[in-house]
Design a binder for this molecule. Structure first.
Ligand SMILES: CCCCCCCC/C=C\CCCCCCCCCCCCC/C=C/C(=O)SCCNC(=O)CCNC(=O)[C@H](O)C(C)(C)COP(=O)(O)OP(=O)(O)OC[C@H]1O[C@@H](n2cnc3c(N)ncnc32)[C@H](O)[C@@H]1OP(=O)(O)O
Ligand SMILES: Cc1cc2nc3c(=O)[nH]c(=O)nc-3n(C[C@H](O)[C@H](O)[C@H](O)COP(=O)(O)OP(=O)(O)OC[C@H]3O[C@@H](n4cnc5c(N)ncnc54)[C@H](O)[C@@H]3O)c2cc1C
Length: 675
């Protein structure tokens, strides 16, 4: 029992009110019983290892933090080798270590870039070294002057046939590579994206493997300037990563270090393009965007887990005759802010699982030289990355506010979680730039369908996640049949209005663009509307994948019922938030909007007794959560109190600086008061 009002038993009471089987929900969340078991084992392995402690991380200096990251990475690798962990286990171990570091770029981008863009011979040469960490690689694409506009990169790779070498050069300040993680201090090699110039002609951006540092003493090779780009947002957080700067002064590399799966330069300097689509140059980004969507649910579920547990512990107001105050989780406002985020965590989890499937499917097709699904993979990964990361960043901040003042303490875990997460809205493609990519696809399809609407039944039908657009005749005219609040529980009713909204917004944009003097001008003028149409399309994908998940066999008493409620909450809170879209496109009436809101209130009340159990199903250890507010035992107040004393400021009772700055001030005031 905690001192002064903290009531740890309260969480036990909350758990007792759950109306479903938490173990069954853990399986639904993780994807299989096996996945629960592996995740649990890896989480405990990390939590029990003192090297992986992270409770003082936000108090470390940048240098200490970076060294701590090197230590953790080396120790993690040692454990992976000693225990012969599988790839699945190693990935989970990395997740639970919970500290960004150079290994992420080595495994997450350097290795995939070589796999995707290197020839078989190049893979045979470089991958075994990378797999054993004999070399450490990063992904050096972004420059000081250009990140989003990849075609605008300035670094050059000029072929010199006399030496059979490329000369890597940074011709301007703005061509300095800037941002690549792991580049600043750790990497020995990089996949560098540069303009290929041969026979006096610029063939645009290509990838090259470049050694940057000596494998003997780690010093930069001649002609290579390297460093870290400086401290970043927040304490701890992404500062564990050595995002770096790189400049080349006529650095020579052998010709066979150009990644040559997409195109080649011959010994004589001839440029040859293979039959592989040039967009595969962007393949590594597609891969990482897909992992970022899966990670959104992890970050969001962590924040929600902290906020739900703490909201069940925290009490304010409502005391009658000296009785207990009200748990803040019982306030309808708290529920209406928190439960949509809980539902979003589940929604992103399932869409992330689906996207992983889509990516695997596309990869298999690419291996069989079927490139037809590449545009779908690009649009889905770009759109979902954008929508899920933006919403997750906002949601983490909302969870901080939901935890009141204590949420602002580092010990709540939320400030660091926000700081480490928020760059996901920018890296791997700025979220607006990525949504514009989705809107290009939507615009093309909408324009095509408008032209061919008469013969749509016989014409070429859109497939994959844009298949619904083929139903244009119905979706442009349909009116929702919802008549009672409970009618909104019908997934078909929800799907229809989300499809109609997305299609009508895309068609409206296409019609307005067609009125502009040129398509380019129209596209630019209407880009804010196009973004909204893209968001509507992506939200439809998430809702649809949640609904499809519920059509699967989901074992465990009450599990499917809870997920059905969460699915309805996810969809209806979006409907409520974007009511303007649904009304202005005529998909629903104002009354139907009000009915959706009425149902939302009822669903929140139904979720309330299950809320703590629904976050327990994420199966997070206290180590991974890293939050005194989100502790499993709910013993929040003693932990908060204890944590405060660990701050370096409390190492002495009288602070450093007292003699120089406080004492003279206080003495001076004394003199003044005596005057
Ligand atoms: C310390 C602890 C340690 C523990 C240790 C444990 C040990 C290790 C064990 C395990 C470890 C595992 C670790 C794994 C972790 C993995 C996680 C990885 C984390 C990553 C962290 C992220 C870091 C960030 C990296 C970056 O940011 S890299 C840089 C990213 N940059 C961008 O995204 C740039 C965005 N811009 C663009 O993508 C493009 O420029 C564009 C906006 C798309 C425009 O392209 P452009 O060619 O200029 O013009 P378009 O005409 O628009 O396009 C042409 C054409 O191409 C199509 N297209 C475009 N993109 C793609 C694509 N990606 N795929 C396919 N097609 C594409 C486009 O649609 C056009 O098509 P059409 O011509 O048909 O219209
Ligand atoms: C933490 C972190 C890690 C990173 N790691 C790596 C890495 O490992 N390797 C690497 O190569 N890069 C890395 N990056 C770089 C990252 O990929 C780029 O920052 C990102 O792609 C955005 O590009 P930018 O910085 O040029 O933004 P800009 O494009 O300059 O964006 C600035 C603003 O302009 C807007 N804008 C840009 N273009 C358009 C347009 N066409 N229409 C409308 N609005 C537009 C954007 O929405 C944004 O609001 C990292 C970045 C961060 C923050």
């Amino acid at each position: 029992m905690a001192d002064g009002g903290g009531e740890p038993d309260q969480l036990a009471g909350e758990r007792a009110t759950a109306q479903f089987d938490v173990d069954g929900m853990k399986v639904a969340w993780a994807g299989s019983r096996h996945a629960v078991e592996v995740a649990d084992r890896m989480a405990r392995l990390v939590a029990s290892d003192p090297v992986f402690r992270k409770d003082t991380r936000t108090m470390l200096s940048r240098k200490e933090l970076f060294k701590d990251t090197l230590k953790k990475a080396a120790h993690a690798w040692k454990r992976i080798v000693e225990l012969r962990l599988t790839e699945e286990e190693a990935n989970l171990l990395r997740l639970y270590v919970d500290q960004p570091g150079y290994v992420d770029l080595h495994w997450g981008m350097f290795v995939p870039a070589i796999k995707g863009q290197g020839t078989e011979e190049q893979q045979k040469k470089w991958l075994p070294m990378a797999y054993k960490f004999q070399i450490i690689g990063c992904y050096a694409q972004t420059e000081l002057g250009h990140g989003s506009n990849v075609q605008g990169l300035e670094t050059t790779a000029t072929f010199d046939p006399s030496a059979d070498e490329f000369v890597m050069h940074s011709p301007t300040l703005t061509s300095s590579k800037w941002w690549p993680g792991g580049l600043g201090k750790a990497s020995t090699h990089a996949v560098v994206y540069a303009r290929l110039i041969t026979e006096g002609k610029d063939y645009g951006i290509h990838g090259f493997i470049v050694q940057l540092r000596s494998l003997d003493d780690h010093s930069p090779l001649p002609g290579v300037t390297l460093g870290d780009i400086g401290g970043k947002f927040g304490s701890g957080a992404y500062n564990s990563m050595d995002n770096g700067v790189l400049r080349f002064d006529h650095v020579r590399i052998p010709r066979d270090q150009m990644l040559m799966r997409l195109s080649q330069v011959t010994r004589e300097g001839k440029y040859v393009h293979s039959d592989v689509p040039k967009q595969l140059l962007y393949g590594t980004m597609v891969y990482v965007r897909q992992t970022i969507v899966a990670d959104a649910s992890k970050a969001l579920s962590r924040a929600v887990c902290i906020a739900v547990r703490y909201s069940a512990i925290r009490k304010q107001f409502g005391s009658q005759d000296g009785g207990p105050e009200t748990q803040v989780l019982n306030y309808k406002t708290q529920q209406s802010r928190l439960f949509p985020l809980l539902a979003s965590a589940y929604a992103y989890r399932f869409v992330g699982q689906w996207l992983k499937w889509l990516y695997t499917d596309v990869t298999q097709k690419l291996e069989a030289k079927d490139y037809s699904t590449l545009p779908e993979a690009h649009a889905c990964t770009a759109g979902l990355k954008s929508v899920t990361t933006s919403a997750t960043a906002d949601a983490i901040e909302e969870c901080r506010k939901l935890c009141g003042g204590h949420g602002y303490l580092n010990s709540s875990g939320l400030p660091e979680l926000f700081a480490v997460y928020v760059p996901a809205c920018t890296y791997e493609g700025d979220n607006v730039v990525l949504l514009l990519q989705v809107s290009v696809v939507l615009h093309l399809v909408a324009r095509f369908l408008m032209k061919t609407v008469a013969q749509v039944a016989t014409g070429k039908q859109p497939v994959g996640t844009i298949a619904y657009m083929g139903n244009i005749q119905h979706l442009m005219q349909c009116k929702s049949a919802v008549n009672t609040a409970e009618d909104w529980l019908n997934p078909a009713a929800i799907k229809e209005v989300f499809e109609a909204r997305a299609l009508r917004m895309a068609v409206n944009c296409a019609q307005n663009i067609s009125k502009a003097p040129s398509q380019e001008e129209g596209f630019s003028e209407l880009s804010p509307d196009l973004l909204e149409a893209a968001v509507a399309h992506v939200q439809l994908i998430i809702v649809t994948k949640f609904i499809e998940k519920l059509q699967e066999d989901i074992p465990g008493p009450g599990v499917k019922e809870q997920l059905q409620k969460l699915c309805s909450i996810y969809a209806l809170h979006l409907l409520h938030k974007h009511l303007g879209d649904f009304l202005s496109t005529g998909c629903i009436t104002a009354r139907q909007g009000a009915l959706a809101n009425e149902l939302l209130g009822k669903l929140y009340a139904q979720v309330r007794p299950n809320a703590v159990a629904l976050v327990d199903a994420f199966d997070y250890t206290d180590h991974y959560l890293g939050s005194v507010l989100g502790r499993y035992d709910g013993d929040v107040y003693p932990a908060l109190y204890e944590e405060a004393w660990k701050d370096p400021l409390n190492e002495t009772v009288v602070p450093d600086g007292y003699q120089e700055h406080l004492r003279p001030l206080l003495k001076q005031q004394l003199k003044l008061s005596r005057l």
